[in-house]
Design a binder for this molecule. Structure first.
Ligand code: MRU
Length: 349
């Protein structure tokens, strides 16, 4: 399995996603500041991977703290959480992970500094294990929704590289293929960061899954030609009413899918569901650098002085979402009720 993010004795290690698919190199972050940079600069990316990385960054920072008493350790801890919390605003998994680390700190706050440090490291490692298990559970649930054969479109990268392993949307595809379904993946290239062309295509080809790369503006034509039987994507934040924030361009795909009568599925772990955010309207959308648009592979492709919009994510209203696949089960319309029901579900992944 691809080692997207790994806890090591020396620090937190990542496969450098900016360099794929031409170079497979690993980056070691030796302190929490470097981990924060790795998230911000998208060496590591994808909501679940960002969440676990945030937890590991917090654990690393706390482990290296020179604090001698709990009060000083808590002060360091709060500062580390703040730095890591300011890296990327949309994927709620980042804030979910920090919250979980805070809860863990509180739970053991009466113990020694060394015990707190060890407990936080263990918690981050546990989140890594749980993420893979959640993906495998999503795969089992979601595989049943995939067609027995034919084209499945995906947008961005919601694979092993976006998680600790196996993937959410690509986990569903992997599980369907493992179950004998003859799936042919259509991967949107996903301008401007090209997660589809660089990452999704790389992962799927490595696994021997038949994959066709298309430019984002080809999805409608492929649907019209009958080449797409289902769409499955990941998510960065799912509001309480089932509105879905995901990579910019997802909304376009969802509208196209509805027009063509094609089911549109979202696969995401429960850590992506944000019941405290009522609708997609309240989800903060990250704006990234204009250079991602005006330059390609270091080369300028747009004229100096042009205005640029570069929102990294968009929101797909719940009416376009056929179902949300989580490790707790599948939510269907009305999504608000269905998500509420899953919130109370007993979790066994
Ligand atoms: O900007 P990115 O590459 O972090 O955005 C990633 C996505 O939008 C993914 O689709 C989403 O995080 C789900 S990953 C399982």
């Amino acid at each position: 399995m691809i080692k997207t993010v790994e806890w090591t004795r020396e620090g937190v290690q990542f496969i450098d996603q900016r360099k794929l698919p031409t170079e497979e190199v690993y980056v070691l972050c030796r302190n929490y500041q470097e981990v924060a940079i790795a998230i911000r600069d998208m060496i590591v990316r994808g909501a679940p991977a960002i969440g676990v990385t945030a937890a590991m960054g917090v654990a690393l920072g706390v482990q290296q703290s020179s604090a001698k008493d709990i009060q000083a350790l808590r002060s360091d801890f709060n500062h580390i959480c703040q730095v890591i919390g300011e890296t990327r605003p949309t994927a709620v998994n980042l804030f979910w992970a920090i919250r979980r680390m805070k809860d863990k700190f509180d739970a053991v706050a009466g113990q020694s500094v060394e015990t707190i440090k060890a407990t936080l490291v263990k918690e981050a490692q546990q989140m890594h294990v749980e993420d893979i298990a959640a993906n495998e559970a999503m795969g089992r649930h979601g595989a049943t929704l995939m067609p027995s054969s034919g084209g499945v479109l995906t947008h961005c990268n919601a694979g092993a590289l976006a998680t600790c392993g196996y993937g959410t949307a690509l986990g569903v595809i992997r599980a369907a293929v493992e179950a004998g379904k003859q799936i042919h993946v259509f991967a949107d290239e996903t301008r401007p960061f090209l997660q589809g062309a660089r990452l999704t295509a790389w992962e799927l080809i490595k696994d021997g899954i038949k994959t066709t790369l298309i430019a984002d503006n080809m999805a409608g034509a492929m649907m019209r030609q009958g080449k797409i039987k289902a769409v499955v994507v990941g998510a960065d934040r799912i509001a309480a009413n089932g509105d879905v924030a995901n990579k910019i361009g997802t909304y376009t795909v969802a509208v196209l899918a509805k027009e063509h009568g094609i089911p549109f599925y979202v696969a995401a772990p429960w850590s992506t569901v944000d019941l405290n955010t009522p609708t997609g309207e309240q989800i903060p959308i990250e704006q990234r650098s204009a250079k991602e648009m005006t330059h390609h592979a270091g080369k300028q492709i747009a004229p100096e002085g042009v205005l640029v919009e570069n929102p990294a994510f968009d929101v797909t209203p719940n009416k376009y979402v056929t179902a949300i696949i989580t490790e707790r089960g599948i939510a269907r319309a009305p999504l608000a009720d269905s998500l509420k029901e899953l919130a109370g579900a007993v979790v066994s992944v």
